[in-house]
Write a protein that binds this ligand. Structure first.
Ligand code: GLU
Length: 284
């Protein structure tokens, strides 16, 4: 069978019930696939075991089906694939592109405060590189002592390994230049979570053959980092479409805290699926 020209996906994190904003995102991805005769995949991004709940996963699938979305193939559940993400981390470690970081949040905050005007990236102040400069014997001693650590990308090393400026294709805007350095030495595996969102999302988009990533504009900055990981790993680069976030009547973006916009709450109030779907499409 010939590969379909378009594969899109919806990749929610099951930290709460599906709300209109998610449904909007899901609908855009679903439509982009269906209108092109392509594939629409559903992926559950539940690597953060402290915040994600299986009951939310079940509810998300039910709510998507209720508004009439169907997906192709089995649902990929990230928490079932930690060894695959580990293998990517091991590969980057072997290339000398990761280092263990033992710093606590408080230690980092203190150091950032001491620097004064520490540079900021999309996720806040950049890590000052303390553990990158740790003498080898000290690092070895802390590892031997079993101290817990996160794994950080050595950004300068990663940029040197790629060696050329990176771009991504944003539908409707064209080729945009990436700025991965703005993330600094980003965490790719946290102390309490064996792999980060950035690593898992790029790994899975490549593995699943996603050709068009549609997601909210709040994730547009992260695409620079995702392109860097794709380039480092020789993964193909999908095209992107970052859509405006659905906003409430007050102009604020919809969030999980606005319980009233949960799809199940609307269903419980007796709204029919077509009306909810139309609201999710942006039709009021
Ligand atoms: N799992 C992410 C979220 O729920 C979305 C990831 C993506 O679409 O790239 O915010």
């Amino acid at each position: 069978m010939a590969a379909s020209p378009v594969t899109t996906r919806f990749a929610p994190s099951p930290t709460g019930f599906l709300h209109l904003g998610h449904a909007h995102s899901a609908l855009l991805a679903w439509r982009a696939a269906r209108e092109a005769g392509g594939r629409f995949l559903l992926r559950i991004e539940d690597i953060d075991r402290a915040r994600c709940r299986p009951e939310y996963t079940a509810a998300i699938l039910e709510d998507l089906a209720w508004i009439g979305l169907d997906w192709d193939g089995p649902v990929r559940v990230q928490s079932e694939h930690f060894p695959a993400y580990r293998a990517v981390l091991d590969g980057l470690s072997r290339r000398g592109l990761l280092y263990p970081c033992f710093c606590t949040r408080a230690e980092i905050a203190r150091e950032v405060a001491a620097i004064g005007a520490a540079p900021h990236g999309p996720d806040g102040p950049l890590y000052p590189g303390t553990c990158r400069r740790l003498p080898a014997e000290l690092r070895a001693a802390r590892l031997a002592a079993g101290d817990s650590y996160a794994l950080r990308l050595d950004m300068a090393g990663a940029l040197a390994a790629v060696g050329e400026p990176l771009f991504f294709e944003e539908r409707g805007e064209g080729r945009l230049r990436c700025d991965p350095a703005s993330f600094g030495d980003v965490v790719l595996a946290r102390k309490d979570t064996p792999a980060s969102y950035h690593l898992c999302v790029t790994h899975d988009d490549a593995l699943q053959g996603v050709t068009l990533v549609t997601r909210g504009e709040d994730l547009k900055a992260a695409t620079s980092l995702h392109r860097l990981l794709q380039a480092l790993m020789d993964w193909p680069a999908p095209a992107y479409r970052h859509h405006p976030l659905l906003r409430g009547p007050d102009g604020r973006r919809l969030a999980k805290r606005d319980g009233a916009v949960a799809i199940r709450a609307m269903r419980a109030e007796g709204l029919d699926a077509a009306a909810v779907r139309s609201a999710a499409a942006g039709g009021g």
